[in-house]
Design a protein around this ligand. Structure first.
Ligand SMILES: [Ca+2]
Ligand SMILES: [Ca+2]
Length: 302
């Protein structure tokens, strides 16, 4: 009896510690994105120029108009939701708009693809973003651009942009209030946010307050990884474990979780793969919930 009680307490303590770690590592972040954030300077060194429009010395220059690097850990295939508030305008005498921008003025970047970053068609003043890898973006060619002219295109529920392919973010909700998800591409190590303008971010004013929130699936998978590592070490102490055969050519382990505590917890530990199963301990036995991981995922980062 005492042994079992200690086991449950031990696991509860482990969950608490892991939850605290994940909250600090993958929790929400609040960031200010100034209206002067020119996405076409993302990842470019100081002194770089962008968004010239034929008027002498009317460039945007890094770092003065550089976009904001979001302070979050990027996991390939991980989904994120953003919530944005605030307002900006794209120059004196122009009205302010919120993160969804001005739906009556949909524009492109006048200079087109620049510094290896693709063009974008989106409402002016909207909150926009781009994923980059570790390399300076102008060392490789830009991908194709995305067109967010239609309301339906901006009301996506999930979007999977490529590296260096700017995309519309808006306030993080569809017109019907549905939370939108953004999936990080393979190779992404940096995520920048800016505002939409055609040229000359230097005279923009205002800012957006941006909150980034990893999706529950992402947090659950991170938690699964940490728990599984602990469970695996525990089984190793007891003797032979229960490593399962490869599934879809990819490794995974079973839960191996005896005596579930009353609260919900996760037990499976997928090392990597296109398909995993999360086991949730409930009052009576286990339920298993299949979770799809993007086929492009190559790394697992607990
Ligand atoms: Ca401007
Ligand atoms: Ca919106």
């Amino acid at each position: 009896m005492n042994v079992r009680l200690f086991g449950n307490l031990e696991r509860a303590a482990l969950l608490f510690v892991l939850a605290a770690q994940l909250t600090s590592q993958a929790g929400a972040s609040l960031v200010s994105v100034p209206a002067t954030s020119d996405l076409w300077l993302a990842g470019m060194p100081d002194g770089s120029r962008a968004s010239y429009y034929g008027i002498p010395d009317r460039y945007d220059i890094a770092p003065f108009q550089s976009p904001v690097l979001l302070p979050i850990i990027i996991g390939a295939g991980s989904a994120y939701s953003l919530y944005a508030t605030g307002s900006v305008h794209h120059g004196p005498s122009h009205p302010f708009f919120g993160p969804d921008g001005d739906p009556e003025t949909v524009i492109s970047h006048i200079a087109g693809a620049e510094n290896g970053i693709a063009n974008l068609v989106a409402p002016i003043d909207a909150l926009i973003g781009v994923f980059l890898g570790p390399d300076q973006p102008d060392l490789t060619i830009a991908p194709t651009s995305i067109d967010f002219t239609l309301n339906a295109s901006r009301d996506y529920t999930t979007i999977s942009p490529e590296l260096k392919q700017p995309f519309f973010i808006g306030d993080g909700l569809t017109a019907f209030g549905v939370k939108q998800q953004i999936v990080a591409p393979v190779g992404a190590t940096r995520w920048y946010a800016g505002t939409m303008d055609g040229f000359g971010w230097f005279d923009n004013e205002g800012a957006f307050a941006l909150e980034t929130v990893p999706e529950p699936t992402t947090i659950a998978l991170l938690l699964v990884g940490s728990l599984g590592t602990a469970a695996f070490a525990r089984r190793k102490q007891k003797g032979p474990g229960s490593i399962m055969k490869p599934e879809n050519g990819l490794r995974r382990r079973d839960s191996g979780c005896p005596e579930p505590p009353p609260q919900t917890r996760t037990c499976s530990i997928p090392a990597s793969g296109s398909s995993v199963v999360l086991a949730f301990a409930r009052a009576r036995g286990f339920t298993q919930t299949p979770v799809r991981i993007a086929s492009s995922a190559t790394r697992w980062q607990p």
